[in-house]
Design a protein around this ligand. Structure first.
Ligand SMILES: [Zn+2]
Length: 307
C-alpha cells in the first residue's frame, strides 16, 4: 500500500515537474516573472480605439524614425524631419491618386503585383476595422555564409542567394521584399493583415498584441549581415555600410507612396526596432538607414508621378 502511494507520488511529482518545464519553455511569456523587465516602451503610447500612437503624425514620425544604432541602441527623437516628409505628415501635399500611380507604373513597366498588389484595392485593417496607419521599414538581416566572412561584391550580384527575390514569394511575415537591385516582390497583398513585429504578438505584448495586426504595412529590405566574434554562437550584429543601395531606397519610396495611395492618406513611416523597443529579443533593424537620402529619393519620385 505504502509502496503504491509512493509510486503514485513519484509519478505526480514527475508530472508536475514535466508541466512546469513545459510552462517555462512554451508558455514562458505568460509567466509574470518572464514579462518583468520585458515591456513594450510604446504600449503606453498606443490607443487601442484609434490604433495610433500618441501625438500628431509629425511628432510620431520624429519618434518612430529615431536612428537605430549597432545592436539596437536607439537614438533620440528627431528634432526635425526632412522637410518633404514633414509636409506629408502635416498633410500639406496630397497623396498620389490611383490614376496617377497607374499611369506611372504603366510607363515604367512596373507590375502592381510586385508593389503590394492590386492598387484598386484598399489597405489592410485591424479586426476592429481601423485602416493601417503605419509603414514599417525592416532590413532582412541576411547572414553571410560563412558568417565571419567580410562583405564582398557578391552581395550586390544576382548570384547572391538573397538577391533572388522570387525566393521570398511565400514569406509569411512581411508584405513585400526589396533586393539590392531595387526589385520587389509581394509576399502578402497590402490588403492582408500581416504581423512582423513582437509588438503585434500577444505573447510578447499582452496588453495590445494581435488586436493591432492589420495596422502595419511591413516591407523587408535585403541587407547582408555578418557575425561579431565577440558573441557566440553566430549572430547578425554587423551590417554592411552603407546599408542600402540607391535602387533600394527608390523602390522603398515607391512602396510607401503606393501604400499611401491605397490608404488615400499618408501612412506614418517607422523603423521596426522602435516599434519593438523594450520587448525581450527586440530586433535591431534597419541598420545604417539614411533617412535624408530616402526622403530625397521619395520627393523626386513623388513629383515625377504627380507631373
Ligand atoms: Zn524587422
Amino acid at each position: 500500500m505504502h509502496a503504491i502511494i509512493a509510486v503514485r507520488e513519484v509519478i505526480a511529482i514527475a508530472l508536475l515537474l514535466l508541466f512546469s518545464i513545459n510552462n517555462e519553455g512554451v508558455e514562458s511569456t505568460k509567466n509574470p516573472r518572464a514579462i518583468e523587465g520585458s515591456h513594450s516602451v510604446l504600449a503606453s503610447k498606443f490607443d487601442l480605439n484609434s490604433m495610433r500612437f500618441a501625438g500628431s503624425p509629425a511628432t510620431q514620425a520624429r519618434y518612430l524614425l529615431r536612428k537605430v544604432y549597432f545592436k539596437g541602441v536607439l537614438g533620440d527623437s528627431l528634432t526635425i524631419l526632412p522637410q518633404f516628409l514633414d509636409s506629408l505628415m502635416l498633410d500639406i501635399l496630397p497623396v498620389i491618386t490611383r490614376d496617377e500611380l497607374r499611369r506611372y507604373i504603366a510607363e515604367e513597366k512596373i507590375d502592381s503585383m510586385h508593389i503590394g498588389g492590386d492598387i484598386s484595392r484598399p489597405l489592410s485593417q485591424t479586426k476592429s476595422g481601423i485602416v493601417a496607419g503605419y509603414f514599417i521599414i525592416h532590413d532582412a538581416s541576411n547572414l553571410m555564409n560563412p558568417p565571419y566572412k567580410s562583405f564582398s561584391s557578391l552581395v550586390n550580384s544576382t548570384k547572391w542567394y538573397h538577391n533572388q527575390i522570387w525566393r521570398q514569394k511565400n514569406f509569411k511575415w512581411a508584405h513585400a521584399f526589396i533586393n539590392r537591385f531595387g526589385q520587389s516582390i509581394t509576399c502578402n497583398d497590402f490588403e492582408k493583415p500581416v504581423y512582423a513585429t513582437k509588438f503585434e504578438k500577444s505573447d510578447n505584448n499582452p496588453d495590445i498584441g494581435d488586436t493591432c495586426v492589420g495596422n502595419f504595412i511591413h516591407v523587408e529590405n535585403i541587407q547582408p549581415r555578418r557575425s561579431s566574434r565577440k558573441r557566440r554562437p553566430y549572430n547578425d550584429d554587423i551590417a554592411i555600410s552603407p546599408g542600402f543601395t540607391d535602387k533600394q531606397y527608390e523602390r522603398l519610396a515607391l512602396l510607401y507612396l503606393t501604400a499611401s495611395t491605397r490608404k488615400e492618406g499618408w501612412l506614418i513611416p517607422s523603423f521596426h526596432a522602435i516599434i519593438d523597443e523594450g520587448i525581450k529579443g527586440a530586433h535591431h533593424d534597419p541598420q545604417n538607414f539614411e533617412l535624408t537620402k530616402w526622403v530625397m529619393v521619395m520627393q523626386k519620385l513623388y513629383h515625377q508621378i504627380k507631373m
